[in-house]
Design a protein around this ligand. Structure first.
Ligand SMILES: Cc1ncc(COP(=O)(O)O)c(C=O)c1O
Length: 526
């Protein structure tokens, strides 16, 4: 019985509390609660609890239903809203900046204020015309699942506290392991807040398993297109600048294998210890997949840890085209995927998968005395032993409920649809005299720029023109469409992972861009 020993530990600490009803003092909160529940204290007899934070059932229902109504209305009306919002710090301060109030106000008033001022001042990342960064399409079942997990405030750290939460994390991680052809029995994984935390968790594990305590000579390799979260993670881990090798990419934004091999050889000759390669399975800029099999061969030959960041593109494994492109992903030691991107989950849920679950427990397991009563047996996984967090929200629930409800088939169809939509967009652009494709549709990302045939505009003018087209689209708030830089050129980037986005949304936005381009060119002649 876990309570018994907790009881003893607490007893030794002697925390005095007084019952506000009968003034009886007790040793600690546990005694205090039992006293109220089991004794003749008036508080217990009348079953009255001081309502510090509690609302009546009617109040809770009315408040909760109102919020559900607001969310469903948002889903219904999303098309009629504009995805972009812009506000300065001064504007936001003028609305929100105030001291924490001593006295509360009616819940409905706070909610109305939030609906009036907070929600409209946030971009709608699930809008069909939110084309930039990595959109967050989300889905309603997972939205409600998150509310359930929060409503019941389920602790998803240790088996004994919430066996079903741990089991669902095991089950859904197994689904993912199978999807990526990782070993289900030996392999393992953990849900994290997002891709950045999954990459960090992977690299802590890689360093622990490959280097032990001494990583002074260890060198890590990644391409110039790898996501910034990897560099952040490496920095968090305390590697010095000279231990991080950023390898240039080729003309298609893939890891340059020759340059990588040269760098590894040089480092070895200098007495350094190459220990890890980070590959991208879908770069954020262009959706490019690194040569996964070739990199796996290098890792095997050189005995390096192979981490693949599939935060953006990993989910494409569910589509035929994607799974062909991701061939070799199953050879990673660790793999980041990010369900709050292309698995259509609301923020926050990222995921790290590893070939061998014991790598995680060997890296993260600590055995403090205050957790000994909830340790359980080995098959009953305590996810606090698999990663950095102890107290964790119940992330697996939304993934579980949405896959159970929609079925994998729906996810497969949606992802295939997204990939096809980007290819259709590429065809559209290629058939126009005004647009140039800079990086072709790859895993639902496409980069292009306005560069009319025959005008022979200089690089500087083209950069300015495309930057300004994007700025005007964003200023119109009709679409979120920003630029990136590829091979030193400013280009417009579209990420089409929202299944609500249709070719009509794309056409409307491209027409808007063309219109602005003509205006800008006309203005420049004045
Ligand atoms: C390839 C890649 N890796 C990692 C991340 C970081 O993921 P998160 O924003 O969930 O922390 C991103 C985010 O866009 C990404 O595209």
């Amino acid at each position: 019985m876990p309570f018994k020993s907790n009881f003893k530990t607490l007893e030794n600490k002697i925390l005095f509390s007084k019952c506000t009803c009968c003034k009886k003092s007790s040793l600690n909160n546990f005694f205090f609660i039992t006293h109220r529940l089991l004794t003749s204290c008036n508080f217990a007899k009348n079953k009255i609890m001081k309502p510090f934070f509690d609302l009546s059932v009617e109040e809770m229902k009315s408040y909760g239903y109102k919020i559900v109504d607001l969310i469903t209305e948002h889903y219904k009306e999303i098309e009629n809203k504009k995805p972009v919002t812009t506000a300065s710090r001064e504007e936001m301060d003028s609305i929100f900046l105030q001291e924490a109030p001593e006295k509360g106000m009616p819940a409905d008033k706070v909610l109305d204020f939030v609906m009036d001022k907070v929600i409209p001042n946030s971009n709608i990342s699930s809008h069909p015309k939110a084309f930039s960064f990595v959109p967050g399409p989300s889905n309603f079942i997972s939205t409600m699942a998150d509310s359930l997990a929060t409503g019941f405030n389920i602790f998803s750290g240790g088996w004994i506290v919430s066996p079903a939460a741990a089991e669902l994390e095991i089950v859904t991680i197994n689904w993912l392991l199978k999807m990526f052809n990782f070993p289900v029995t030996k392999g393992g994984g953990i849900f994290t807040s997002g891709g950045s935390m999954a990459n960090l968790t992977a690299l802590v594990t890689a360093r622990r398993i490959k280097c032990g305590d001494d990583f002074s000579k260890a060198v890590i390799y990644l391409s110039d297109q790898a996501h910034s979260s990897n560099i952040k993670a490496i920095r968090v881990l305390g590697f010095k600048k000279e231990q991080i090798k950023i390898i240039p990419t080729d003309l298609e934004y893939r890891f340059s294998i020759n340059k990588l091999k040269n760098e590894i050889a040089k480092d070895k000759l200098e007495g350094k210890k190459p220990f890890c390669i980070i590959a991208s399975a879908g770069t954020t800029n262009t959706g490019t997949v690194d040569p996964l099999d070739t990199l796996a061969d290098i890792c095997e030959k050189e005995n390096l840890w192979y981490h693949i960041d599939g935060a953006y593109g990993g989910a494409a494994i569910l589509s035929k085209k994607g799974s062909r492109m991701l061939h070799g992903i199953e050879r990673a030691d660790s793999l980041t995927v990010d369900p709050h991107k292309w698995f259509f989950q609301p923020y926050e849920i990222g995921c790290l998968l590893v070939k061998n679950a014991s790598w995680l427990s060997n890296t993260f397991s600590e055995k403090p005395e205050y957790l000994r009563d909830i340790e359980g047996n080995e098959s009953e996984i305590n996810f606090y032993d698999y990663g950095i967090q102890l107290t964790r929200r119940f992330r697996a629930l939304k993934f579980y409920m949405s896959i159970k409800t929609y079925g994998l088939e729906t996810f497969k169809e949606a992802i295939s649809y997204n990939i096809d939509l980007a290819e259709e967009t590429e065809d559209l652009l290629r058939n126009s005299k005004n647009w140039e494709i800079v990086s072709p549709a790859t895993l639902a990302i496409i980069n292009f720029r306005y560069n009319p045939l025959g005008l022979n505009l200089s690089k500087e003018i083209l950069d300015k023109l495309n930057q300004e087209i994007s700025a005007r689209v964003v200023a119109s708030k009709e679409a979120l469409l920003v630029t990136t830089v590829l091979q030193n050129e400013v280009v417009i980037r579209m990420c089409l992972i929202n299944p609500k986005t249709t070719i009509l949304h794309v056409k409307e936005t491209l027409n808007q861009c063309s219109q602005y381009a003509l205006e800008i060119l006309a203005e420049s002649k004045k």
